[in-house]
Design a protein. Structure first.
Lengths: 507, 167
């Protein structure tokens, strides 16, 4: 790990926590000024590469030196804004950085196909703002700063989702609905932060935790807790608050869906974990109660109901979007166990799910790029017309079900183990049921791809068409990562476990 | 009960505004009116923050021994003007240097209002304006492509598209 901490010059490494947010923001302004989409894409690619390198460097620094605390502008916390990197948020930074980089590579052909040429530069600019916002939410140690970055990323997200209107005008209504619900969520969150500020007089999360521990909890902090859970739950698409997600994912440009599905809800979920475990303490009675009666129960319902809804979708991307809601349910269940092993299983599933959904949405994007298909039955015969993309889709799809030899199996295994440790047999049963339902909807997609014959045009079979290599490479990397991390599960398991231990103190 | 309400009278209009805003978002089918409700909802939260910052008997938070280079010079012109207009006890900003130590001794006992919520809310207002702008831009685009901004009509248009293309 030491080489990761050392590969950047000391001056840059020292300011890495600030640079990882500031560089995408500055580059966003630069990208907006670019004359055409290709140049703007280069700016986005360079930015994403820099961010990925910085996140690797931060990983090295955290492992060798412990928690990093960066004082923004030289003002010491709790008065100044603190950027704080510890074992809990480093996996998320790596995820956003590396998956973001892969998504940007994928973006050039996909965006070129879906977005009007004169809007591409602005599109990449909005994407970079969203990217910076997600990184900011992850890295900041200041509660109000979380709100600001959450809204920076969300507002940019609304615009890039609406850019799907070139292909389907329903992207506009999807984006509008997301805007209304997302803003309600953010406002709930900021009410909660306001209550916490009333109770503690500080906005620094570590300081807040210390004061709450000393002063104890009262009605104000309980109200704050409820508002924060609902607010972040909306952003993370936790089950009954997920209604914005299926349409937003189904009608956004493919590049946006691939990126958001593997990062945005994950980051909101991280923020929720940060508040539940770091600011509030899991031993506090009402927090503990919410684990069992809110997160575990609602998570279980989400796993079953959202999977069931996914089975009956006709639109392939909306099918996977409902599956995403179900997968958030798995993470909620892991979190709801309230044990270090449960939380680490949830975090492991969070990372693995990003790998699966990234590859799946990229493959659907590749199908859409070559043949303009989006419905499940239109995927017929893709194994013959686009074998490489179909293969990647199949691997990631099996991983989503949790078939052995894929990471989906690893994280479900850890979830089941954690549930058994807790003695929750019903959770294991729900996991099995949900996996069967996942098998049902993935089988619908796979049977269309592998069993059906390609459509004919004037009596001729559709020709085989290779997806552009810039689509194939990031997609294959993600799909192969699904297999690789089954055989070499240690890095991800280690990340998830040390993240859980960092907030739980290990037990 | 009445006493509890009277002690917290500042929260009552905030809660009323908040509920009206949220109700409008849920109840109306008109996309622009829904954004109006959303703004009302957000504004009520701004007021909540502002009311947290009030300290009874507190002076405007301007340091009496103001020096340009000591790092406290970020108050902004608006606050300075407010202090000059609203608080006669506050010494002028360009106090001569020999009076500074004397003034500092005085300010040690002055009770200040909390300025931080105001600063936070400046940021939140910007966020609110940006959200409203994006929302209205979306409504314009929706109007252009659907010809309506009523929720029912939009749903009907989308539904017919879905059932039409399903076969």
């Amino acid at each position: 790990m030491q080489f990761l901490a050392d590969f950047l010059p000391a001056g840059i490494a020292m300011h890495a926590p600030a640079l990882i947010v500031v560089i995408p923001l500055i580059m966003a302004a630069l990208a907006a000024l670019m004359p055409n989409g290709r140049v703007a894409w280069t700016v986005a690619l360079v930015t994403a590469a820099i961010v990925a390198l910085l996140s690797l460097n931060l990983l090295g620094q955290v492992v060798s030196e412990g928690v990093l605390s960066y004082h923004m502008g030289g003002w010491a916390p709790p008065l100044g804004i603190e950027y704080r990197v510890d074992m809990l948020n480093i996996p998320l930074l790596l995820l956003v950085g590396i998956v973001g980089f892969l998504c940007v590579i994928y973006g050039l052909p996909s965006v070129g196909d879906e977005i009007a040429e004169n809007k591409q530069a602005l599109f990449y600019s909005a994407f970079l703002v969203c990217f910076a916002g997600l990184l900011g939410v992850t890295i900041t140690g200041d509660a109000f700063n979380v709100f600001v970055f959450l809204e920076i990323s969300s507002i940019a997200t609304y615009t890039i989702i609406a850019m799907g209107a070139g292909k389907d005008r329903r992207a506009l209504t999807a984006s509008y609905n997301y805007l209304v619900l997302g803003t309600i969520g953010a406002t709930f969150f900021v009410i909660g932060v306001g209550f916490l500020y009333m109770a503690t007089g500080t906005l620094n999360m570590a300081d807040m935790a210390a004061i709450l521990e000393e002063n104890g909890h009262n009605r104000v902090t309980q109200a704050a807790f409820a508002f924060i859970v609902v607010g972040l739950g909306l952003k993370a698409a936790m089950f009954p608050l997920h209604v914005w997600l299926p349409n937003a994912y189904a009608f956004a440009p493919n590049f946006v869906t691939a990126f958001l599905a593997s990062t945005a809800t994950k980051v909101a979920f991280y923020a929720l974990i940060r508040f539940l475990f770091s600011v509030f303490h899991p031993d506090v009675s009402f927090v503990e109660m919410s684990f069992v009666w809110l997160f575990a129960v609602v998570g279980t319902i989400a796993m079953v109901v959202a999977s069931l809804q996914a089975v009956f979708q006709t639109d392939a991307r909306r099918l996977l979007a409902y599956s995403s809601v179900a997968q958030v349910g798995y993470m909620m269940l892991g979190l709801g166990m309230g044990t270090a092993s449960g939380l680490s299983a949830g975090l492991l599933h969070l990372m693995n799910h990003a790998l699966m959904k990234g590859a799946l949405f990229m493959a659907l994007g590749a199908f859409a790029l070559n043949f303009g298909v989006r419905r499940v039955k239109d995927l017929a015969g893709m194994s013959k017309t686009m074998p490489a993309s179909a293969m990647a889709f199949t691997i990631a799809g099996l991983s989503l079900v949790g078939v052995p030899l894929t990471v989906g199996f690893t994280s479900k295994w850890y979830l089941v183990t954690a549930a058994l440790e807790r003695g929750w047999w019903w959770a294991v049963a729900a996991l099995m049921l949900s996996s069967l339902l996942a098998l049902a909807y993935v089988a619908r997609l796979l049977s269309a791809i592998w069993m059906d014959s390609p459509p004919t045009h004037h009596g001729e079979l559709t020709q085989r068409r290779l997806a552009p290599w810039m689509v194939l490479i990031p997609m294959s990397v993600l799909a192969l990562a699904n297999v690789y991390f089954f055989f070499h599960a240690d890095p991800l398991v280690w990340l998830a476990r040390s993240a859980a231990e960092a907030v739980m103190g290990g037990n | 009960m009445l006493e509890i309400l009277a002690e917290r009278f500042n929260y009552i209009p905030i809660i009323i505004l908040m509920m009206i805003g949220l109700y409008v978002v849920i109840a109306t089918g008109n996309l622009v009116k829904r954004l109006v409700g959303l703004s009302l909802f957000q504004t009520s939260v701004f007021l909540l923050y502002i009311t947290i910052g009030k300290v009874f008997g507190g002076a405007p938070p301007i340091l009496a021994d103001y020096k340009a280079d000591d790092g406290y010079g970020h108050g902004g012109d608006g606050d300075a003007a407010y202090a000059a207009a609203g608080d006669h006890a506050a010494p002028a900003v360009d106090q001569v240097a020999e009076h500074a130590t004397e003034a500092a001794a005085q300010t040690a006992e002055v009770l200040y209002s909390n300025p931080l919520p105001h600063v936070l809310i400046l940021t939140a207002i910007v966020v609110g304006v940006a959200t409203l702008a994006v929302g209205l831009a979306l409504v314009v685009r929706i109007r252009e492509s659907y010809g309506t901004i009523e929720d029912d009509a939009l749903n009907a248009a989308d539904y017919s598209l879905e059932t039409g293309s399903a076969e």
